[in-house]
Design a protein around this ligand. Structure first.
Ligand SMILES: Cc1ncc(COP(=O)(O)O)c(C=O)c1O
Length: 400
C-alpha cells in the first residue's frame, strides 16, 4: 500500500477501526464548542473504579512495584483469575494457561494474528465488535460473517455457523453477552455448536466472554469452558474493563490451550513486554474482595435497560427488543427511513446525542443504531426525549 511517499504493508489498507472512538472525539469537540452532548456512544461503565481497587494500585506503587513483570502476568493474579473462574464459571483452569495482557482487546488481536493469514478463513459475529472483522482482514484471512438477526434476539444460529465451516476455517469467534446487540445466546444453541464442532477438529474457538457478569432477567451466561471436549482448542477472552469499570487501566486475560501459551506470551513480549505492574495488583483486589460493586452496577444497568427500551419504543419509526446482556440496545430504525450512518450523524450533529451506526459493527447492522445505556437515567430520559421530539416534527413513521 502506498501513502504519499510511504510504501506500507498491504495489511494497513485493510485495517478498520472502532468508530465509537471517532464519535467520542467529535462529541468532545462539540462540547468544547459549548453544546451539551449526551453520550450513548462509547461502551464503558459511567461508574468510577471501586475505591478498594484504586487503593490496591496505590499500595502496589508505594510497595515499589515499578518494574517489568513476567510476560504472561504475575502468578498471584493468574491464581486469582483461576479462582474467579472456579467460582463464576464452575470450571477448573490451571493458572499456567492464563495470560495477562493490557486490555481485553489484546487477546483477540493475538488470537486472530496467530490463526489468520492469506488462504485462511475466520468466522466472526456480524453485527459484532468491529475489531474482529478489522483484524481478520488485516491478517490477510477472509472474514466470514456469522449473521446475528433481530428475529433470533441477535443470537447466532448454530446450524448456520457449522454450515459455513470449510477446510480453510481456522478460528470461530463467538461473543455472548454481546456488543453491540446486548444479545445472549441460549445454552441450547451453544450445545448444538459444541456438538457440531466435534466433526471439525481443525477449528479453534475464541469465546469473548467480557460481558459475562452482565446478564438480566435470569438470562443464563454460558461459558464455552463448559464443553470439556473443546478445551484443547478453546481460547477464552475476559478482563476487568466492563465488570469493574476499569476501561482506562488496560488489563485483560486469556485462557489458552497449553501448547499456545508460550506463543501468546511471545507475542506479548514482542509488543508490549508485559502488563502494567500496579494494574495487576489492583486487579487481584478486584477479584478477591467482595463483589457488591459488581452487583450494584449491574442493578443500575438493569433499570436503565428497561427505561431506554421503553422510551425507544415511544419514538416513531424506532423499535427495540429488550436485550438481556451487556449494556447496549440495538434499536431497529428502518421505520424512520434514515440509514444507520446518516442516523449517527443526525443524532450527533443535530441533537447532540452520541450513538453508533449499526453498520460500524458490520454490514448486518444496517437499519440499526447502537445505544450504550451506561449513562444516568436523567441523561437517557433527556436524550430519548430529544429524539422523540425530533421524530415527531420530522414525521418519522411508527414502525410496523
Ligand atoms: C465484545 C468486546 N470484547 C472486548 C472488548 C475490549 O475490552 P477492553 O477495553 O478490555 O480492551 C470490548 C470493549 O468494548 C468488547 O465490547
Amino acid at each position: 500500500m502506498k501513502l504519499g511517499q510511504f510504501e506500507l504493508s498491504d495489511g494497513m489498507a485493510r485495517l478498520g477501526t472502532e468508530s465509537a472512538f471517532e464519535v467520542l472525539a467529535r462529541a468532545k469537540e462539540l462540547e468544547r464548542q459549548g453544546h451539551e452532548v449526551i453520550n450513548l456512544g462509547i461502551g464503558q461503565p459511567d461508574f468510577q473504579t471501586p475505591g478498594h481497587i484504586v487503593e490496591a494500585a496505590k499500595k502496589a506503587l508505594d510497595d515499589g512495584h515499578h518494574g517489568y513483570t513476567p510476560g504472561n502476568g504475575i502468578l498471584p493474579l493468574r491464581e486469582a483469575v483461576a479462582a474467579d473462574i472456579a467460582v463464576n464459571r464452575g470450571a477448573t483452569v490451571d493458572p499456567d494457561n492464563i495470560v495477562i495482557v493490557p486490555g481485553g482487546k489484546v487477546t483477540m488481536w493475538y488470537a486472530i494474528l496467530m490463526f489468520g493469514g492469506p488462504g485462511t478463513e475466520i468466522m466472526y459475529p456480524n453485527p459484532g465488535f468491529p475489531i474482529y472483522e478489522s483484524v481478520i482482514a488485516f491478517s490477510g484471512a477472509k472474514p466470514v460473517p456469522i449473521p446475528l438477526l433481530e428475529k433470533n434476539a441477535f443470537a447466532f444460529d448454530a446450524d448456520e455457523v457449522l454450515a459455513q465451516i470449510t477446510p480453510a476455517t481456522r478460528l470461530i469467534i463467538v461473543n455472548s453477552p454481546a456488543n453491540p446487540t446486548g444479545g445472549v445466546v441460549p445454552r441450547a444453541e451453544f450445545d448444538k455448536l459444541a456438538a457440531g464442532l466435534e466433526k471439525h477438529p481443525h477449528v479453534t474457538i475464541l469465546s469473548d466472554e467480557i460481558y459475562s457478569r452482565l446478564t438480566y432477567d435470569n438470562a443464563e451466561f454460558v461459558t464455552m469452558l463448559d464443553y470439556e471436549h473443546l478445551r484443547d482448542r478453546l481460547i477464552i477472552l475476559d478482563g476487568w474493563s466492563k465488570t469493574y469499570a476499569m476501561t482506562g487501566w488496560r488489563i485483560g486475560y486469556g485462557v489458552w490451550p497449553a501448547p499456545l501459551v508460550d506463543l501468546v506470551t511471545r507475542l506479548n513480549i514482542n509488543s508490549v513486554s508485559c502488563t502494567n505492574a500496579a494494574t495487576q495488583f489492583a486487579s487481584i483486589a478486584a477479584l478477591e474482595r467482595p463483589q457488591h460493586s459488581v452487583a450494584m452496577m449491574r442493578e443500575a444497568f438493569d433499570g436503565r435497560r428497561k427505561l431506554i427500551v421503553d422510551l425507544t419504543n415511544g419514538i416513531p419509526g424506532m423499535s427495540s427488543i429488550l436485550p438481556t446482556g451487556a449494556f447496549y440496545t440495538m434499536p431497529n430504525i428502518a421505520g424512520t427511513g434514515v440509514k444507520a450512518k446518516a442516523m449517527e450523524t443526525l443524532l450527533l450533529e443535530e441533537l447532540h446525542i452520541a450513538a453508533i451506526a449499526g453498520t460500524s459493527f458490520g454490514a448486518y447492522g444496517e437499519g440499526y443504531i447502537r445505544f450504550s445505556y451506561a449513562n444516568s437515567t436523567e441523561n437517557i430520559e433527556k436524550a430519548l426525549g430529544r429524539m422523540r421530539d425530533y421524530a415527531e416534527s420530522a414525521g418519522w413513521a411508527k414502525a410496523a
